[in-house]
Design a protein around this ligand. Sequence first.
Ligand code: ADP
Length: 261
Amino acid sequence: SEERLAHAQKMEALGQLTGGIAHDFNNVLQVIVGSLNVIERQIALGRANAIDRPLAAIRKASDTASSLTNRMLAFSRRQTLLPREIDPNKLVAGMEEMLRRTLGPQIDLDLRLDCSHWSVSCDPSQLESVLLNLAINARDAMPQGGVLRIATADLTLTAESSDPDMEPGDYVEFEVTDSGVGMSHDLLGRVFEPFFTTKPTGKGTGLGLSQVYGFVKQSGGHVRIESAPGEGTRARIYLPGRTPLPSPAAQDRPAVEEVHS
Ligand code: ADP
């Protein structure tokens, strides 16, 4: 859980870094565009010899911009992706302590780990940070406290039971439901936009749900959010079920994989 906390802090740092960089980058671009305007004007006036200063400003701004992007690249390279087979219930159960600490005593965490058939294949720390993002949004939606339910379940879609956006197949469902303030239809329509936030500056980056969206798309899954003002919010993530989980009886014996790893 120490490692998980470090990861959560890293994600928060990434959010702050990205938000900060976007802001600084915008400032730098304004310097460049403004200086280009000056150069164009001087040339139009036949004063091509008077462009040293705006050129120097562009040079300096470009250097700043490249150091900003280098900082961002250096950070993202450290976020290695290591997909593996994951037992959904174990992953969520392993987050419990960290979640309770993050949510505080006002929030009643209700874990319902009912997935028993399928493992999922993805980077566990990414899945954890996606669930953490949803849990933090749920917490923020319940300033007076409330109930936060995190559930796992198996879901099989047949040709008849599937809908237009989800192909038939086996899925693991991760559900995060809160009893918080909920969202209007218009707000709900914008939540996946990067940098869209209704939280005060310094609290929200608007990157939480865009990260969730990016992760599920990359994992071949789906995300659905249902909400209404005053009625709480239910977020569901569906990831493709990969291989059958070992049966409970088989879990009592030492697993073959353990001998070889
Ligand atoms: P952030 O949390 O930094 O604002 P997100 O992308 O995670 O960024 O969320 C975007 C916005 O969606 C939030 O600012 C909030 O208005 C709304 N939102 C997300 N989750 C919930 C929720 N569980 N209940 C109510 N509103 C939510």
